[in-house]
Write a protein that binds this ligand. Sequence first.
Ligand SMILES: NC(=O)C1=CN([C@@H]2O[C@H](COP(=O)(O)OP(=O)(O)OC[C@H]3O[C@@H](n4cnc5c(N)ncnc54)[C@H](OP(=O)(O)O)[C@@H]3O)[C@@H](O)[C@H]2O)C=CC1
Ligand SMILES: CC1=C(/C=C/C(C)=C/C=C/C(C)=C/C=O)C(C)(C)CCC1
Length: 317
Amino acid sequence: MSQKVVLITGCSSGIGLALAVRIAKDEKKRFMVYATMRNLSKGEALVEAAGKTLGRTLEIKQLDVCDGRSIKACVDSLPERRVDILISNAGMGLIGPIECQTIEEMKTVMDTNFFGLVRLMQELLPDMKRRKRGHIVVISSVMGIQGILFNDVYAASKFAVEGFCESLAVQALRFNLNISLIEPGPVITEFERKVYEEGLKVDLSKADKVTADMFTNIYLKNYSQIFETMGQMPEDIAEHTLKIITMDNPPFRHQTNTLYTPMTTLKYADPNGDLPIDTFYKMVFEHDKVFNASLNFIKLLRWRSRKSFTLDKDKAS
Ligand SMILES: NC(=O)C1=CN([C@@H]2O[C@H](COP(=O)(O)OP(=O)(O)OC[C@H]3O[C@@H](n4cnc5c(N)ncnc54)[C@H](OP(=O)(O)O)[C@@H]3O)[C@@H](O)[C@H]2O)C=CC1
Ligand SMILES: CC1=C(/C=C/C(C)=C/C=C/C(C)=C/C=O)C(C)(C)CCC1
């Protein structure tokens, strides 16, 4: 069986970079990875992490998901235009009260996170259908199934992604194609830093006092703590994704973070949809002390298990 061709978007940092490197370093050399980024001058970190795979199982190419011509040029440059596995990863976040955001800012998020995927699919789906072979893997988010306070537009963009893929999945089956949504919770990447820094800069003068206070003193105040407690590393997401692309019958949805699943399960537990909303409200406004204590407890457990893992490794070596 020849190598499978994998095209990944947004590989200049974070999950995309980790994915490209992990898949290119596959022990059985099952994949040829085209790691793409919109700005090739940001390729240094990937070049370094790719090491010897560069020019062998990994090649870097330019691709901007907001530019149809750039997508076409990239796909046209591939041997026989063949892509067996598309990993749509490029994306951006946006936090804050909606009254403080412009429609332009919101459109940029939708254009990147949702229309970026649509453009890729328009370019690649017809070829995949013709070959009756292909797997489309989308880095969605837990926010593709559940909205989170002050992430209104970001969550909307990921809901759009999920609705789009769920609708297409039936048609895809007819052509022997698979679609999989990877749904990480918080992941420690540039995304976290960029979103937080932009959040600190939000001009809250258009928001009322209660909303501005909620954003600053509840959301932003707890933001880093949530990432520290529940955050996964991009390498974890890469490992999960590698498993999904090597399965015979890959699932349509895959959540990567077991610490987060109690939250998303609330959504499926109540068809009225009130349970997750009421629970989030109580966590934030009524049981904030219990919520913070639980986060600290999880942090302690994770710290201890990391420490014993390091000690075990030291003993073994
Ligand atoms: N971090 C998290 O907590 C979570 C992230 N996700 C999702 O994971 C994906 C990757 O994010 P993550 O690695 O965390 O964040 P990063 O900010 O580290 O990476 C985002 C990548 O997307 C690229 N990108 C942005 N816009 C475009 C564009 N128009 N064309 C091509 N590439 C673009 C960025 O390129 P550039 O460097 O040029 O900006 C960068 O390479 C996103 O879809 C995000 O929504 C999902 C769940 C949680
Ligand atoms: C869990 C939780 C919170 C925050 C969750 C966050 C911040 C999740 C971030 C997820 C990301 C970044 C996904 C990216 O796609 C709140 C609202 C503070 C309180 C209620 C419980």
